[in-house]
Design a protein around this ligand. Structure first.
Ligand SMILES: [Zn+2]
Length: 293
């Protein structure tokens, strides 16, 4: 198994402020019991803010979240030689119909991708998970069951979903996943401590094609390639893929054109792990916040 440096726990400012507010509210009620409505209002407002942050997949408010690849190591020889890179991330597999064809398309273009796999599906299709790794791609953790209510789970439920997927990936491939993506990108404040303990880095995306609902390969491709730049993280799906009007999974029609567009733009598709390895401070990277997509 390949292990990477552990990630230190660094609660986000909003989480630290939230903890302080809860302690303060208890203190206020103990010292001035009749101020309880104010203390309660402050706590309710805090919870609303936390919930809203969890509904915004590309938010950095709840903890470190890759919305772009980290910058290259400054002044390194690798920096001068390394081509500009993007990460293609492919969610919700492995899928016995779609994933093998995706792997072939990636091979044809000598491209590497990161597959955010669902633990249950890895258990059902371990050979596919092994093929992903054997063909030099990466597997990330996308929870065990891909529950749409994942962001409503408590600390234990969140940790279990992560741990069970991690075990499934390890059992099938011998690899330890280093990156995590939440179902639909929805989170709660219990996620970041669980990810820190599991040594996983949260990854969202720079742009996504909505290819689980959009049946037009042209429109999905346009969403992914408009203003495309080095450092972008792109999101596609091999599981739960929408079908084009002629019945083909959208990713299979999008991927060849996307890979050609990347070649034309001289952008190398690399895995997240490769991006981390050439980053300036591998275990501490947290790209700067940016505007909502
Ligand atoms: Zn998903």
């Amino acid at each position: 198994m390949r292990l990477l440096p552990s990630r230190p726990e660094r609660p986000a400012p909003l989480i630290r402020a939230s903890r302080a507010l809860h302690i303060g509210a208890i203190g206020v009620v103990l010292v001035r019991p009749h101020w309880w409505p104010w203390a309660l209002s402050a706590v309710v407002a805090d919870h609303l803010l936390l919930a809203a942050s969890g509904l915004w997949p590309r938010s950095h408010l709840l903890g470190p979240n890759w919305t772009h690849l980290p910058p290259l190591a400054v002044g390194s020889a690798a920096r001068a030689a390394a081509p500009a890179a993007v990460a293609i991330t492919i969610d919700d597999g492995p899928d016995p119909e779609v994933t093998p064809r995706v792997l072939d398309l990636l091979d044809e273009h000598n491209a590497r991708a990161t597959f955010f796999c669902i633990g249950e599906r890895v258990e059902r299709h371990p050979a596919l998970a092994r093929a992903i790794v054997a063909r030099q791609h990466e597997i990330g953790n996308h929870t065990h069951r891909h529950l749409m209510r994942f962001s409503l789970l408590g600390p234990r439920g969140v940790a279990q979903e992560i741990a069970r997927a991690q075990e499934a990936i390890g059992a099938a491939t011998g690899e330890v996943a280093r990156f995590f993506r939440a179902p639909a990108g929805l989170r709660n404040p219990f996620l970041e401590p669980a990810l820190t303990r599991a040594n996983l880095q949260l990854v969202s995306w720079t742009r996504r094609g909505f290819d689980t609902v959009n049946r037009s390969a042209v429109r999905v491709l346009d969403r992914l390639t408009r203003d495309l730049q080095g450092g972008d993280i792109l999101l596609l799906h091999d599981g739960h893929a929408a079908r084009t009007p002629n019945g083909s999974p959208v990713i299979l029609e999008v991927l060849p054109a996307l890979l050609r567009a990347l070649a034309t733009a001289r952008l190398a598709p690399i895995t997240l792990r490769a991006a981390l390895a050439r980053a300036s401070v591998p275990s501490l990277v947290s790209p700067a916040p940016d505007v909502p997509s």
